[in-house]
Design a protein around this ligand. Structure first.
Ligand code: PLP
Ligand code: ZN
Length: 404
């Protein structure tokens, strides 16, 4: 291998060198249409043979910040912000009942902009820095945009975020506060996506779009490295992942696949793709020969997706490593949200709590990890139906007692 890594098309298997910026496989993406998931998403492959010759261990990788498995040349290119290395929080009982399994919540609301998306933005931003590009554009329904905006602020880069007309206020506020250029686009996420690609092709800006820029997966895979380390080198029995476009779940798989190729782990754990029943186009098409979709409608806006952009890669991973799938209703998501918060002190947005709802429904045994991908403060509207805001009392003990 000449460079540090190559890109491989998940559909035709063709490989491409890393000496220029690449997005989709030029051959497979030619026939992409609007009503099907895009073909030609690229996967980054490192020189595993060479790393094996050097007897790479988890400890060695850790000592060098996993740089050998990153598509960047130095760690200093990453932002000076808290990205990754999030807490893994054990949960031993729910509402006073001891659990029969060992549940751990990976709390990715602890990232700098309060979502898992920072893992991807950090690597994309570092890559742009190393290639002398100072403007990064993305189409986003919220978290990818607010994440890119925050990371770019830290890196003194310019972020341009195209959003469909309706995205939750907190995420839009973040984008503006971080000083990014926010451009609402009349139309859907797909329209914003196409415009961002046109801007990339014509203006030379770098593009962070999910399942378009292959490096987002390289950022997202870091969660798997951390999990192995936090569980003292032991793999969990199951990992529950919320799924929209299928990039996070592919990132989780890619991290374990890298470690497996280096003989650091001897198998890939069971990964459970959890979708909202109102936005289940990835799960429902997994075993179909042709793709068809139902328009999505769910309280979990970050995973509300008609055509999952990373469908083919996620499908390949789930089949190859015998992943499982689960659907949960909006009601189950909202109930799980309250259960999680009152039992752990964590507050997660509906999309993030979807994985927890799946874990509750699955009722599996063993060591279970639940990815919690974003903060509940990002979408306060969604949980208002669960609570009622109390009115004020006269400040006397008797009135206080009437409320207890
Ligand atoms: C983006 C996102 C997801 C889903 O990730 P996909 O790659 O689209 O499957 C889940 N939770 C949150 C909070 C997100 O922002
Ligand atoms: Zn191809």
């Amino acid at each position: 291998m000449k460079g540090k890594f190559v890109y491989q098309c998940v559909d035709c298997g063709e490989t491409y060198t890393d000496d220029k910026i690449r997005y989709l496989c030029p051959v497979c993406s030619k026939s992409n249409t609007k009503d099907n998931p895009p073909k030609g998403v690229l996967k980054v492959l490192f020189d595993y043979e060479d790393l094996n010759r050097k007897n790479t261990t988890l400890q060695l990788l850790k000592n060098t910040g996993f740089l050998d498995l990153f598509p960047i040349s130095k760690l200093e290119s990453l932002p000076n912000l808290k990205v990754g290395n999030t807490a893994l929080i054990p949960l031993s009982s729910i509402d006073g009942h001891r659990l029969k399994n060992n549940v751990f919540i990976k709390d990715d609301s602890l990232n700098a902009t309060y979502s898992f998306k920072d893992r991807a933005s950090a690597v994309v931003s570092a890559f742009a820095k190393e290639h002398g590009i100072d403007t990064i554009i993305t189409a986003s329904t919220g978290n990818a945009g607010s994440s890119l905006a925050g990371i770019c602020a830290a890196q003194h880069q310019k972020a341009v975020v195209l959003v469909p007309e309706m995205a939750p206020l907190a995420k839009l506020t973040q984008i503006l506060m971080y000083g990014a250029t926010l451009v609402p686009v009349k139309g859907t996420y797909d329209d914003a996506f196409d415009l961002s690609v046109e801007a990339t092709e014509n203006l030379g800006w770098y593009n962070r779009n999910t399942a378009y820029n292959p490096l987002t997966i390289e950022g997202k895979k870091t969660v798997s490295f951390e999990l192995l380390d936090q569980m003292d080198g032991k793999l969990p029995d199951k990992i529950y992942v919320p799924v929209g476009d299928g990039v996070i779940i592919s990132g989780v798989y890619k991290g374990f696949e890298d470690l497996h190729k280096l003989n650091i782990i001897d198998h890939i754990p069971v990964i459970v793709a959890v979708q909202s029943a109102g936005s289940a186009n990835l799960v429902n098409n997994l075993n179909n020969n042709s793709f068809s979709f139902v328009p999505s409608r769910t309280v979990a806006d970050s995973i509300s997706v008609d055509i999952p952009r990373n469908f083919y890669m996620a499908q390949q991973f789930l089949k190859k490593y015998r992943g499982e799938t689960l659907l949960v209703s909006d009601e189950e998501i909202l109930n799980a949200s309250a259960v999680l918060s009152r039992n752990t002190g964590l507050f997660a947005e509906p999309a993030a709590v979807t994985a927890f709802a799946g874990m509750l429904k699955d009722n599996a045994e063993g060591n279970l990890v639940v990815l919690s991908t974003g903060s509940g403060l990002k979408d306060l509207q969604a949980v208002q139906q669960l609570i009622s805001m109390p009115g004020a009392i006269v400040p006397e003990l008797e009135h206080l007692m009437s409320r207890i």
